[in-house]
Design a protein. Structure first.
Length: 276
């Protein structure tokens, strides 16, 4: 089997299933890349090719996830338009680094990034509880159910610039690797923005969609010959299904089971990269 051009039938089926799982996890939590990336690496697809193919394939799932949070996005479009340029610039920077740094550098850096991502996955429940309690306290102080949706009404200039820097740096990470960027982004947004956690999750989904779309477009234009198109199609089909049903079905799965699977696959990916 050529690791760049083709896969066997049973591998195609498993990649589609991985895409479904990733799309669903991205809609509910984030970190779906920690399902699909290790799967591709385990099947012998080179790490850089896996990252690029995965980014392109997850776009349909990102669209479905963002659509699923359309109610939470109401009233946030001014905020979104303010953050999108930072996401675009960061994603382009990350994609440039992936395409131009040596493959050896990627294989050296990615195990470290995977460890960081896995730590974020394991710590996500406690982090979510903290952010939820924080948003409730803010709402109580404000004397209403939700704080103001307009970013210009709630943040000082310095805080707004800090949020832009955070969005930009997270987008660089997303454009370069992407694993758990959603968890990292919502954690930082939750600490900096005075808003309800579900609304921030909707914002996170849109910004991740922007980052993945820009980086995926860059990969297609500049590095199309390095993409595994069978993997792209399999993940795209799976992530679209998973992203659509994720909010409905994904919450029925045990969070502990999901995180256990993610951690195991992440460790497999680290082992696979270190033994290449």
């Amino acid at each position: 089997m050529d690791p760049v051009l083709g896969m066997e039938l049973w591998q195609i089926g498993l990649i589609v299933l991985a895409g479904i799982a990733a799309g669903g996890i991205n809609a509910v939590v984030g970190s779906g890349t920690l399902i699909t990336f290790p799967a591709l690496v385990a099947f012998g697809v080179p790490p850089v090719v896996s990252t690029m193919s995965n980014a392109v394939g997850l776009i349909p799932g990102n669209i479905a996830s963002s659509f699923g949070y359309r109610n939470e996005l109401r009233g946030q479009w001014r905020r979104i338009l303010g953050f999108v340029p930072a996401s675009i610039l960061g994603s382009l920077t990350g994609a440039y680094l992936l395409l131009h740094l040596p493959a050896d550098a990627f294989e050296t850096i990615v195990p470290v990034l995977l460890v960081v991502a896995l730590i974020m996955v394991v710590g996500q429940p406690a982090l979510s509880r903290y952010l939820k309690n924080r948003s409730v306290r803010r709402a109580e102080r404000a004397g209403r159910e939700h704080v103001a949706a307009s970013i210009g009404d709630t943040l000082s200039t310095g805080r707004y610039v800090l949020v832009l820097v955070v969005v930009f740096l997270t987008a660089i990470y997303g454009g370069y690797f992407a694993a758990a960027q959603g968890i990292i982004l919502i954690a930082l947004l939750g600490l900096l923005l005075p808003d309800d956690l579900q609304r921030l999750n909707g914002l996170k989904n849109v910004l991740v969609l922007v980052v993945n779309t820009v980086s995926a477009s860059t990969y297609i234009i500049v590095g199309h010959d390095r993409l595994n198109w069978i993997a792209v199609i399999c993940i795209a089909v799976g992530s679209l299904i998973g992203g659509y049903f994720g909010a409905r079905v994904g919450r029925k799965f045990s969070p502990v089971l999901l995180r256990t699977i993610i951690v195991i696959l992440g460790l497999v990916a680290i082992w696979r990269i270190l033994t290449l």
